[in-house]
Design a protein around this ligand. Structure first.
Ligand code: 5GP
Ligand code: MG
Length: 167
């Protein structure tokens, strides 16, 4: 039988998001900030993070489609006007770094004033691109995780905690 094992509790997630929000706001002081949420996985993280960044914070959305073998990613949708804006890309998880690299390259075309990235989770053991999120919620071991936006074929996104999926 498939099993879920709690890896990060709801309380721990919310406490860390509060810290991340405060750290980001401190770095940008009173500037306006455009956050770019990567759909669908970063949906809940972005909603909670924005409320903890506070001040003049805006939200835009980006959708990527990824085909495996050959690995190729394409931006399907981007809602924003980010030229000259301070931007923070919001991701759910960074594993190899491929997705983050594609997104950062894509967004840089629009000449934001600055562009940083925040990922709730970092799984550095499988990294093969030289990218690292500027802000990280939690570093996790090499396990497949679900919950708090992360899915397995559309399931488990609405869990309030993050769990390791044991097949
Ligand atoms: P990367 O391009 O960095 O290898 O992988 C990033 C993407 O792979 C994430 O945006 C996510 O969609 C997916 N991914 C990587 N690890 C996990 C995981 O443990 N659980 C889930 N649900 N998705 C993952
Ligand atoms: Mg994702």
């Amino acid at each position: 039988m498939n099993e879920l094992r709690t890896l990060i509790s709801e309380t721990a997630i919310q406490a860390r998001i509060k810290e991340l929000g405060q750290a980001i706001r401190l770095d940008y002081q009173d500037s306006s900030l455009t956050c770019i949420c990567v759909l669908r996985g970063a949906l809940f993280f972005a909603a909670d993070l924005l409320r903890n960044i506070g001040g003049d914070v805006r939200i835009e959305f980006i959708i990527l489609s990824t085909h495996q073998e050959p690995l190729c990613s394409e931006v399907l949708y981007f809602s924003g006007q980010i030229e000259g804006e301070h931007c923070v890309l919001i991701e759910d998880i960074v594993e190899t770094g491929h997705t983050l690299e594609v997104l950062v390259d894509y967004l840089n075309q629009f000449s934001p004033k600055t562009l940083r990235s925040v990922s709730l989770l970092d799984k550095p053991s499988n990294r093969d691109h030289r990218v690292r999120p500027d802000y990280i919620g939690f570093s996790i071991p090499n396990e497949f995780v679900v919950g708090y936006g992360l899915d397995l074929q559309g399931k488990y996104r609405a869990l309030s905690h993050i769990a390791a999926y044991i097949p």
